[in-house]
Design a protein around this ligand. Structure first.
Ligand code: ARG
Length: 461
């Protein structure tokens, strides 16, 4: 085994097992670009502040660019025996430049280096996740626009409750997702600070210019405390929690789609390209995508828990435990991207079956509140109207009828305020049309919601 960069004070080679155990190259090599970008900024600053010779700084920058190009064109594979991506790039630089390469790590530690790398890397990941979420909201908006008058039952306790429209229902998810974008943006903003120059933990005696690397790397500000600079993983935890909430929303939506696909509901049908069959039951068409999203949500919560638990007992400043941050946060990021990438086209191609939604809305007495409201509008106190309607529902159940099919005589026997106009008042269309309070299911209210949502999305950028 080659000598480790830090081998100076050691009298033995590292044990193979310790080296394997210690190594993070398997999962941190994906940060190669950020690592090189951070190193270029650092080398630029070292040269400009006269900490290393300007000419050497330029050579280092050229060398780093060459390494980046070779990694990307496939001619420089990662060495699985390297301790991590930072060591890999630095040793490669030294291989290529000799003594000049050895100057790069002046006034820097892997502790601030890794803190920069993860931030740069996650900053890009957030942009990708955010773009997917926006695309998903757009898909939901299209679905809603095509279903403004598609009446369906709204549920509480998974019991039919009051009539709504499919547009109203799916837009609830668009609202949640818009908040998710806000949370991702918050996490990205707090993540975008520069720890470089914290060095190992206690800053440095060299005359570094932290504002310069901050500007070069596009960070919003310099981290104010070097101990915090190398110890902070709040940004990973914050992103993992924003992703967990996003996954929770995808999971709830998935759960509903699973229900809607069942023969018990049959409100929707997935496109054949987004469903799977059974190896034994020829009739089956399974909503595997949505089930997997529901399942993977647990895995992302696990990632969040890994990060929280990993950090909770750590004394300042860097501890090797923190190397565990990457597998957890990258898994959360990869999982949510994978889910979004599959969910969006699945939703876009999902067929809505309005007649089944309407048939379900016609059963379950979901117009009972409207029947009570009819009496209230004719002057009866709500509690009395509620009771009278409850009695009517009971009669309907006994006779196997619905409120729409119960004869007027029966209504009048319970309360003589009822007249023929009750049937119009309790018709499903009236029930939906009249729910035009702000945020309600009436098509006009939904149109306003759509306009406001689009405005919010434009403002989010
Ligand atoms: N691979 C390490 C990590 O991901 C880099 C930082 C190592 N620092 C150290 N002092 N050993 O955390």
């Amino acid at each position: 085994m080659a000598d480790m960069i830090w081998a100076g004070r050691f009298t033995k080679q590292i044990d193979e097992r310790v080296n394997d155990f210690n190594s993070s190259i398997k999962f941190d090599s994906r940060m190669y670009k950020s690592d090189i970008e951070g190193s270029i900024a650092h080398a630029t600053m070292l040269g400009s502040c006269g900490i290393i010779d300007k000419g050497e700084s330029e050579k280092i920058i050229e060398g780093l660019k060459g390494i980046l190009a070779d990694i990307e064109n496939g001619s420089l594979p990662f060495d699985p025996a390297a301790e991590d991506i930072h060591m890999f790039v630095e040793s490669e630089l030294t291989k290529r430049l000799g003594a000049t390469g050895k100057r790069l790590h002046t006034s820097r530690s892997r502790n601030d280096q890794v803190a920069v790398d993860i931030r740069l890397c996650l900053r890009d990941e957030v942009k990708e996740i955010r773009a997917y979420v926006k695309e998903l909201i757009g898909t939901i908006i299209t679905l809603a626009e095509g279903n403004l008058t598609t009446v369906m039952p709204g549920y509480t306790h998974l019991q039919r409750a009051q009539p709504i429209t499919f547009a109203h229902h799916v837009l609830a998810y668009a609202q949640m997702l818009a908040r998710d974008i806000g949370r991702l943006d918050d996490a990205a903003k707090r993540m975008n600070v520069n720890p470089l120059g914290s060095c190992a933990l206690a800053g440095t005696t060299y005359p570094i210019d932290r504002q310069m690397t901050t500007d070069l790397l596009g960070f919003g500000e310099v981290m104010g405390n070097s101990l915090d600079g190398v110890s902070d993983r709040d940004f990973c935890i914050e992103l993992a929690s924003a992703i967990s909430i996003l996954m929770m929303h995808l999971s709830r939506f998935s759960e509903e789609i699973i229900l809607w696909c069942s023969w018990e509901f049959k409100f929707v049908e997935l496109d054949d390209a987004y469903a799977t069959g059974s190896s034994i039951m020829p009739q089956k068409k399974n909503p595997d995508v949505t089930e997997l999203i529901r399942g993977k949500t647990g895995r992302v919560y696990g990632d969040l828990n890994t990060l929280l638990t990993m950090m909770k007992g750590l004394p300042l400043a860097y501890n090797k435990d923190m190397q565990e941050d990457k597998e957890a946060i990258f898994d959360a990021v990869d999982t949510v991207k994978l889910c979004l990438k599959t969910f969006i086209p699945m939703l876009a191609t999902m067929r809505v079956i309005p007649q089944n939604m309407r048939a379900a809305a016609a059963r379950g007495f979901i117009n009972a509140t409207d029947c009570a409201d009819y009496l209230v509008k004719k002057g009866m106190p709500f509690r009395d109207a509620y009771k009278a309607t409850g009695t009517l529902v009971h009669i309907c159940i006994e006779k196997g009828l619905t409120l729409e099919t119960l004869p007027l005589d029966e209504y009048k026997a319970v309360c003589d305020i009822f007249d023929n106009d009750v049937f119009d008042a309790i018709s499903l269309d009236t029930c939906v049309m009249q729910r035009n309070s702000e945020g309600g299911p009436a098509p006009d209210a939904v149109k306003k919601q759509l306009a406001a949502l689009k405005g919010k999305l434009d403002a989010l950028g």
